[in-house]
Design a protein around this ligand. Structure first.
Ligand code: G4P
Ligand code: NA
Ligand code: NA
Length: 190
């Protein structure tokens, strides 16, 4: 997605070896108009797919998932929770995801009633790095007897291997911007 690449180049900041900071439009402040373009682009990429639910992880994935949902006939958006609030006593699917950036492990949870057998689920997220989060989501979808119709990510850092792992699991992956590597603080797209 050309406009996304331009935005990343204009506003993104490379931190250290492998982190891209895009707080100005994606991870802290949100550019809603641009997010709508992102939603539209996901529809284009998955034009042929039948989707009954969109699944993401709190917190940065939520805005992306909601914009995407508008272009998939307003299907429900479900976000996996990282902590277990006491309102979630009901049956849950859970899967662990190790955060590459933070070095922590989250136990992702989704209530069973929000993932039904037969659901066709589009997984979306802001970043695809090592793939831990998306793989955890895909595992929960399959545990529920539902189908992963695809994984859509805004920014993929290809060198961290997440997309290859997801494809090995049989998931279709569409990333709107694919970063091949960072070199001396600059961004090289695929
Ligand atoms: P993975 O799921 O693909 O393995 O990635 P990772 O463990 O690194 O993801 C941990 C968190 O860090 C995720 O957000 C992910 O979106 C984010 N992340 C990964 N790489 C980058 C990067 O280069 N830049 C930025 N800004 N974020 C990155 P999260 O911890 O779940 O936090 P939230 O922002 O969604 O609340
Ligand atoms: Na994030
Ligand atoms: Na995320």
């Amino acid at each position: 997605m050309e406009s996304l690449k331009q935005k990343i180049l204009a506003e993104g900041q490379v931190l250290g070896e492998d982190i891209l900071k895009v707080d100005g439009f994606l991870n802290h402040q949100i550019d809603v108009k641009f997010m709508e373009e992102i939603g539209k682009e996901f529809r284009k990429r998955f034009a042929d797919a039948e989707v009954t639910r969109i699944l993401t992880v709190e917190s940065s994935g939520i805005a992306i998932a909601c914009e995407a949902a508008k272009f998939f006939d307003y299907v429900p958006v479900v976000f996996a929770k990282k902590a277990t609030p006491n309102t979630m006593a009901e049956g849950c699917y859970s899967a662990e995801a190790r955060s590459f950036t933070k070095g922590t492990v989250s136990n992702l949870r989704v209530a069973k009633r929000f993932l039904q057998p037969g659901d066709k689920v589009l997984i979306v997220d802001d970043f695809l790095a090592s793939g831990e989060a998306s793989i955890a989501l895909a595992k929960m979808v399959r545990k529920a007897g539902a189908e992963v119709v695809g994984v859509g990510t805004v920014i993929e850092k290809q060198f961290q291997g997440g997309s290859a792992k997801l494809r090995d699991m049989g998931c279709r992956v569409e990333s709107l911007a694919v970063i091949k590597k960072f070199e001396n603080g600059s961004i090289l797209f695929e």
